[in-house]
Design a protein around this ligand. Structure first.
Ligand code: MN
Ligand code: MN
Length: 465
């Protein structure tokens, strides 16, 4: 029961629509390399589509009714878009969920040092990364520095055409006999993932007793002070992410794919937000949930395990006049969700890690994983067969190409998503998403047809589930 390649069915008009969607996506991916920026841009997209900040609705004492569109942000790192339907909220929502944090290197709180006449910033990796990926490649610094006076300085260096970039050096092959004999996980020690940020000292008088002992680091700090008005101490309260420098680009001579940083999971988040704002009138209330911290276990105030979603639903139901605690519980239990995250695309070079009847193939459409997990489905949300049947019916009726898949061969490894967290409310949840190659590498690959089918599938789900 092989699924067809989605490209085969497209009319010239559909290819044009696909390219339009992917142009928007490439720009989104290139310009939003942190969860904060993804949320900021998501808010802009929502406001342009007529969504109103929930805080404003609350402050102005307004009520909510069918057709109203609101958004709520959480710490600038989560976003929830809500389009109120005509059906009572108690009957549940159609929910799209995806995460916008991506694997990366974060600057440590006390990052700056000088060694070998170069200035460095020390990092601590975030999420599942192979350390050896991060050396000898152009890098950008993106994030915020929060000052004691309450102001925030945005940092975004390395992506504009005339920006400088940064890098982490690798040992030259000529001296690598010991390194090359190590297992890949030990080839590059994560503690030496230090970013080179300077190579020129400040000028000082040789006799000056007060001269900086670290003149190259001093030059770096002086420039930082001059251009951004921040001191070394301000790194204590900063969130700066070291990410690959450069834009997402078309890949392949046929331009069928996109090579970009952070497909995991912005390749699901962007089409989800777009589907949400492009579906104007709904019967069941539609919600798109964009969350942070998935890559480190969905923890913290901005991870899926926080109460942000539940609290926001309570606010909205109260404003819509359905304010009993029981109505809230019923709404959550009666909801349906597509928990979207990237899937492992079949990679012929590593064919032995997949079981082809149940693998995601690049270009065969939106992926559905009934279950994920590892060691016997451990930690997975196993979607009900009844719910899978409903999803199949929706996708077939809307003519969306989809494929069912698992994350690799049984016992090859595994992984989790946010699905099981939402399933705790008793709602129907299924893992879905877009297949990628080189997941968690600096540059991941996605097929445009899969992005297009994901968008079409999300739209069909919001309209018909
Ligand atoms: Mn993911
Ligand atoms: Mn991931």
């Amino acid at each position: 029961m092989e699924r067809p390649c989605a490209w085969k069915k497209y009319t010239p008009q559909q290819v044009e629509e696909l390219e339009g969607l992917c142009r928007g996506y490439k720009q989104f991916l290139s310009e939003n390399k942190t969860e904060r920026l993804c949320v900021k841009t998501g808010i802009k997209m929502a406001e342009e589509a007529g969504y109103v900040d929930l805080e404003t609705v609350i402050a102005e004492g307004r009520t909510l009714k069918a057709g109203d569109k609101v958004y709520a942000a959480n710490h600038g790192k989560d976003l929830m878009l809500v389009n109120l339907g005509t059906a009572p909220l108690e009957q549940g929502f159609n929910i799209l969920g995806a995460h916008v944090d991506s694997p990366r290197l974060d600057l440590k709180q006390n990052p700056a040092f000088e060694a070998g006449d170069m200035a460095y910033l020390d990092t601590h990796y975030y999420g599942g990364v192979k350390s050896y990926h991060w050396v000898a490649s152009p890098l950008a610094l993106v994030g915020v520095i929060c000052k004691k006076d309450g102001t925030t300085v945005d940092i975004n260096i390395g992506d504009k055409a005339d920006d400088p970039v940064f890098t982490i050096s690798d040992l030259l092959i000529h001296l690598s006999s010991e390194q090359m004999a190590k297992p890949a996980k030990d080839a590059v020690d994560a503690e030496i993932l230090d970013v080179i940020v300077g190579g020129r000292p400040v000028k000082f008088d040789e006799d000056d007793k007060d001269a900086s002992k670290e003149p190259v680091k001093q030059m770096f700090l002086d420039i930082l002070k001059e251009q951004y008005g921040v001191e070394e101490e301000d790194f204590l309260s900063a969130e700066i992410e070291v990410v690959p420098a450069g834009p997402a680009r078309d890949m392949g001579l046929d331009r069928s794919m996109i090579l970009g940083y952070g497909h995991d999971d912005r390749v699901c988040a962007y089409p989800s937000m777009l589907a949400q704002i492009n579906v104007a009138n709904v019967e069941r209330t539609s919600i798109t949930l964009i969350v942070d911290k998935e890559e480190i276990g969905s923890v913290g105030a901005t991870g899926m395990t926080s109460r942000f979603f539940e609290n926001t639903v309570a606010e909205i139901m109260t404003l819509a006049g359905e304010d009993s605690p029981l109505a809230l519980r019923r709404a959550l239990a009666h909801s349906r969700m597509l928990s979207s995250d990237v899937s492992a695309g079949f990679d012929p070079g590593y064919a032995g890690k997949f079981e082809t009847k149940n693998a995601a193939f690049m270009g065969r459409g939106l992926c559905f994983n009934k279950y994920t997990g590892s060691r016997g489905k451990g930690g997975s949300n196993d979607a009900d067969a009844e719910y899978v049947a409903l999803i199949r019916d929706i996708m077939d009726k809307a003519g969306v190409d989809f494929q069912t898949c698992e994350l690799g061969r049984v016992n090859a490894g595994g992984g989790g998503t946010i699905a099981y967290i939402m399933a705790k409310y008793g709602m129907n949840v299924i893992d879905s998403g877009v297949a990628v190659l080189s997941m968690h590498a600096l540059w991941e690959v996605a097929n445009k047809a899969d992005i297009y089918e994901a968008y079409r599938g999300y739209k069909a789900f919001l309209e018909r589930a």
